[in-house]
Design a protein around this ligand. Structure first.
Ligand code: NAD
Length: 408
């Protein structure tokens, strides 16, 4: 998907063939074997990956995912998208991504800690605050980042907070980082509602995935007056036409660790959820959720891609033929996470910390400018919002590579 999108944009930008390889191939792709002791005394070996897409504009930056479907190819695609996202928003980074093929739900805290530390140890020659900086993604969180930072710092012999972002505030994390991605999604949906002439008060939203990004997006939208009528997680979802009570839902999740079975609504499958009529549809789980099979049946005014790569290129072609749908493409929609990760990195390097208001104001300012420039290019050149966003990102990296030249 990432390569096909790149080819389409490269054709449009008329990037010479000789330059395409440099932009497309990841600079470094690393696979590691991670043996750990399970709690039952056995030893199990997990596969871990890290892909650093390009180093032209600064260190690489990107999340670390713990999920059973993680493969090197998935990690490489996510790294490439991170590159275009950082370039679109003007951050001094190349893209990266990491992952471990595992099922964190079936592992104890001790096992996850051993796995995280072993992975960090294997990565030490290839990471650093000026080389490659990790952050949480699907299946990882602040605790994972704290273990990573501790492992790296023990190895160096001094505390290195800038090795990861998305860590606890008490360890040099940034205020507003945990909420940044979802808050950014909420802000951009609000801008999109304004653009298409949809009043937030009484508008309806459906959200797939209720982890960090999905849940904060839900709260953020409800603050704008939007009614959340359906949400889901890996086990299934819940629908209530009158709007879900998010606080009660959260209490239910705390008790049962899942959305499934929430009594104040009807159960809904993930397949059904995506075609539920609504004003705003937010895929906030994994890739390839909107496909050739369901793209024609999606019923929304705004498609806000909070997840990375939720729409396949085939589905994209179908949605492009439906001008009633306004798409906020992933590299713009979820950029709030990496923007505040950048703020966290800057604060760590300076040992000088900002208030949450300062963080959020700066976040919205960057998102606003990325939204406006993407929208105006899309209108001026009559291209999709995705094509416009990718064009900005890819062009910036291309220009930087050309002006630096080829070493040696
Ligand atoms: P998370 O692990 O906190 O939550 C993921 C959610 O998706 C969970 O509710 C899980 O149950 C659900 N889910 C998993 N598989 C599913 C399936 N097959 N069907 C339906 N739901 C499923 O992860 P997150 O950090 O919220 O990330 C969600 C998405 O946002 C990912 O695509 C991630 O790459 C992207 N993203 C995250 C950040 C960030 O700051 N965390 C930043 C940018 C982009």
């Amino acid at each position: 998907m990432a390569c096909r999108q790149f080819d389409l944009v490269a054709d449009r930008l008329q990037i010479p063939d000789a330059e395409r390889g440099r932009l497309k191939y990841p600079k470094r792709s690393l696979t590691v074997a991670l043996p750990i002791h399970r709690d039952n005394g056995s030893i199990e070996v997990f596969a871990g990956y890290r892909v650093q897409h390009h180093l032209t504009l600064g260190p690489t930056k990107g999340g670390l995912r713990f999920h059973p479907d993680v493969t090197l190819g998935e990690v490489a695609a996510l790294a490439m998208w991170m590159s275009w996202k950082c370039a679109l928003t003007g951050l001094p980074y190349g893209g990266a991504k990491g992952g471990i093929t595992c099922t964190p739900r079936n592992m104890s805290a001790g096992e996850l800690q051993r796995l995280t530390r072993r992975y960090t140890q294997e990565m030490i020659p290839f990471i650093g605050p000026q080389v490659d900086v990790m952050a949480p993604d699907v299946g990882t969180n602040e605790q994972t980042m704290a273990w990573m930072m501790d492992t790296y710092s023990m190895h160096m012999g001094y505390t290195v907070p800038g090795i990861v972002t998305g860590k606890p505030v008490g360890l040099g994390g940034s205020l507003g980082r945990r909420e940044a991605t979802g808050r950014g999604v909420g802000y951009l949906i609000n801008r999109a509602m304004d653009t298409v002439g949809l009043a937030p008060n009484g508008a309806t939203a459906v959200i797939q995935g209720f982890g960090n990004v999905g849940s904060v997006t839900a709260y953020s939208l409800s603050r704008y007056g939007v009614k959340i009528i359906a949400v889901s997680d890996v086990n299934g979802g819940v629908f209530n036409n009158k709007g879900l009570d998010l606080h009660k839902l959260e209490q239910h999740i705390e008790r049962t660790r899942t959305i499934a079975g929430f009594p104040e609504g009807e159960p809904v499958t993930n397949e059904r959820l995506l075609i539920t009529p609504c004003d705003i549809l937010v895929p906030a789980a994994l890739e390839r959720q909107i496909t050739q099979a369901n793209a024609a049946r999606v019923q929304c005014r705004i498609l806000a891609e909070a997840a990375n790569g939720p729409t396949t290129p085939e589905a994209d072609a179908i949605i492009e033929q439906r001008p009633e749908i306004f798409v906020i493409p992933d590299i713009l929609c979820n950029a709030g996470g990496v923007i505040v990760s950048y703020f966290e990195w800057v604060q760590d390097l300076q040992s000088f910390f900002w208030s949450e208001t300062e963080v959020t104001d700066k976040l919205f300012r960057i998102l606003e400018s990325a939204f406006v420039q993407t929208l105006s290019l899309s209108r001026k050149q009559e291209i999709s919002m995705r094509m416009a966003a990718l064009s900005f990102g890819i062009k910036r990296v291309q220009e930087a590579k050309n002006v630096r030249g080829l070493f040696p």
